[in-house]
Design a binder for this molecule. Sequence first.
Ligand code: NAP
Length: 225
Amino acid sequence: MAQTALITGSYGGLGTCFANIHAKTGGDLILVGRSQAKLDAQAQEMREKYGVNVETIAADLSKADDVQHIYETCRDNGWLPDYLINNAGFGGQGDFARERTMEQDLSMIAVNIEAPTRMLKLFLPDMIERGSGKILNVSSTAATMPGPLQAVYYATKSYVTSWSNALWRELAGTGVTVTCLMPGAMRTGFADAGASQTPACSPMRSTPRRSPRTVTTGCSRASSM
Ligand SMILES: NC(=O)c1ccc[n+]([C@@H]2O[C@H](COP(=O)([O-])OP(=O)(O)OC[C@H]3O[C@@H](n4cnc5c(N)ncnc54)[C@H](OP(=O)(O)O)[C@@H]3O)[C@@H](O)[C@H]2O)c1
């Protein structure tokens, strides 16, 4: 029976790689993102390319109600994700106290920390009851150090790594695993998403970036998590 992967931020740079990796081996998909038009286009491409079943859920992960909506849509339709990839996230540059607004940083915390936390609060109990499930949380090498001028972004990724490691231990013996991916800089939409706050001289612009396909090379499919 085909395994189903739910991927947040599915049409972004890394999300697209995850979707292709999983669908290539016949896995079904639940694609989650803000734009229904982009989700529809991606779903059509995946169906045509790989012949897999694809569902879509439009949701703004900065909103708690939208995260609840993702869970309820899956539950009500009997869509059981075998893999859940908390991939959506964004960054942004600027002096914490003098440049970045309250709204910018709290919205980042909502998407990078609160949304994945809510997702697992909702989905994990069902996975534990089924005795199977694989979680992939996307962190960053940013988690390993403080990030002046990206203070909140680096801190959000520290949370994701620390939280994932603790959950991995708590879930031992349940049949459910948690894996944390910590990529370095990649060429995706990420820099553009934070570009309005990114000075031309910033490290975000000058750091060499790898293709997200390079980062996911070695994962023949999501089930290798
Ligand atoms: N690129 C890097 O250098 C790098 C390095 C280390 C870790 N990462 C992490 O990798 C993950 C994927 O990022 P990426 O590099 O693939 O960047 P990306 O191309 O910008 O993709 C990010 C995805 O997240 C979605 N997203 C952002 N805010 C959202 C919201 N409020 N609700 C729902 N979806 C939202 C975006 O959708 P929209 O287009 O609709 O906003 C997009 O699909 C992120 O967690 C990022 O922190 C990236």
